[in-house]
Write a protein that binds this ligand. Structure first.
Ligand code: ATP
Ligand code: MG
Ligand code: MG
Length: 380
């Protein structure tokens, strides 16, 4: 079989490997860490830094195409690779998604609204003209994830303090919106510009980390169609090739607003493994291999519950494997674990997808799963 190359070794890469392998491809993973979630299921691994020229050259030599699963893979590494082998998504698209200011500029330019915001690059940028963005959130322009690198602010003095606490790196001040709902759309776009969107996912968080995804989102058809159309516009504007996630807010005054994009499969799309004809990882493999996109049709209502490392620890701090046999006794439960050696608080260890005849039933079973495993309520 042909080889597909992957930069990054986390759980997104693991699920990519499995999808590609089930279609007969072999996957070569380049990761600085040996035997991570992806490396341990890959057909072979190159242990190297993302910027290691020799490692990248070996990857390019053996593969027909290279993709990434790691949001902060250096765009320069993708750029270098693309001189000898097809790379998707492109260094350009990944670069845009890696900077919240560029990302928002691109999204607005294709007519899709984003949260009101302003750039903060130096302390002199913070003055009375920003007052309309308060209360707000200061976010680092780069490298934030799971709500890290974000500070909620109510006054300009708090903005100044936040900027200084964030070491005066490039930041964005965003107006804090009252969210009715958070949702996401995953879109797959191939070399020819063909697009396939997945059904809209409704997302709920706990302590800034995705906790539950409900699909289809409980919104009206017009809003769902709008969200899917927006995702296609954004992918088109970037001439994106690959799998892209677009995160949305539903806001009273503004309607649908894009929060951010992720240039890769996304945690909120994991339900597609069990609930759709083609999952987000298979789409990624198909695009890389130059195959037609698969059918994204969802055949069952789904609720995905993330399994964080917290579940491995008792109140006394002792470490125990959660009671999988109890949840697996429920017929609607599909368990996915990422093979991570060490559980840590807040670390994504796996997920459960509840696949049921009706959404009502899926929600009830998801609650039962949470009760069995001792997962608390979502914050939103
Ligand atoms: P991810 O893990 O999704 O990459 P992230 O660290 O990049 O997260 P964001 O998605 O920007 O962070 O924000 C995290 C969460 O904070 C959002 O899902 C939302 O709940 C809340 N949030 C972010 N921006 C705003 C805003 N402008 N108004 C209200 N809530 C917001
Ligand atoms: Mg993000
Ligand atoms: Mg986000």
């Amino acid at each position: 079989g042909q080889w597909l190359g992957l930069l990054g070794g986390g759980q997104l890469g693991r699920m990519f490997c499995m999808a590609a392998q089930s279609m007969g491809y072999r996957v070569l993973v380049l990761d600085p860490v040996a035997n991570g979630p992806a490396g341990s299921v890959a057909d072979d691994q190159i242990l190297a830094d993302y910027m290691d020229d020799q490692g990248l050259a070996r990857l390019a030599q053996r593969c027909v195409g290279v993709t990434t699963e790691f949001e902060n893979v250096p765009a320069l590494a993708l750029d270098n690779l693309s001189k000898s082998i097809p790379v998707s998504p492109s260094a350009f698209s990944v670069g845009v998604a890696q900077n919240r200011l560029e990302e928002k500029a691109y999204i607005s330019a294709c007519g899709v609204p984003v949260a009101p915001h302003a750039a903060i690059r130096k302390s002199a940028d913070i003055d009375d003209s920003l007052a309309y963005l308060l209360p707000g959130i200061v976010k680092t322009a780069r490298l934030g994830y799971d709500g890290k690198g974000q500070v909620r602010v109510k006054t300009l003095d708090e903005v100044r303090k936040a900027f200084s606490d964030l070491n005066e790196v490039e930041c964005v001040l965003e107006k804090r919106l009252t969210l009715q709902k958070e949702m996401s759309v995953i879109v797959a776009r191939d070399h020819k510009g063909e697009c396939a969107t997945f059904p809209v996912a409704e997302n709920h968080h706990r302590k800034g980390i995705l906790a539950t995804t409900i699909v289809p989102a409980r919104i009206d058809d017009a809003m769902a169609a709008q969200a899917r159309a927006n995702a296609i516009s954004i992918a088109g504007a970037l001439d994106y090739v690959g799998v892209l996630c677009v995160e949305f807010f539903v806001v009273d005054e503004l309607g649908l607003v894009v929060n951010e994009i992720a240039p890769r499969p996304h945690n909120s799309g994991h339900y597609s493994i069990d609930a759709c004809v083609t999952c987000q990882f298979e789409q990624q493999a198909r695009i890389l291999a130059g195959l037609p996109l698969g059918d994204t049709r969802q055949h069952s209502p789904a609720v995905m519950v993330n399994l964080l490392g917290d579940l491995w620890y008792g109140e006394d701090g002792s470490e125990n494997e959660p009671a999988w046999e109890k949840v697996l006794a429920i017929p609607e439960v599909k368990l996915h674990l990422y093979g991570k050696e060490q559980a840590r608080v807040g670390r994504k260890m796996g997920h459960i997808t509840v696949i049921a005849e009706t959404m009502e039933r899926a929600l009830i079973v998801a609650q039962t799963v949470r009760d069995i495993l001792g997962i608390g309520d979502d914050d939103d």
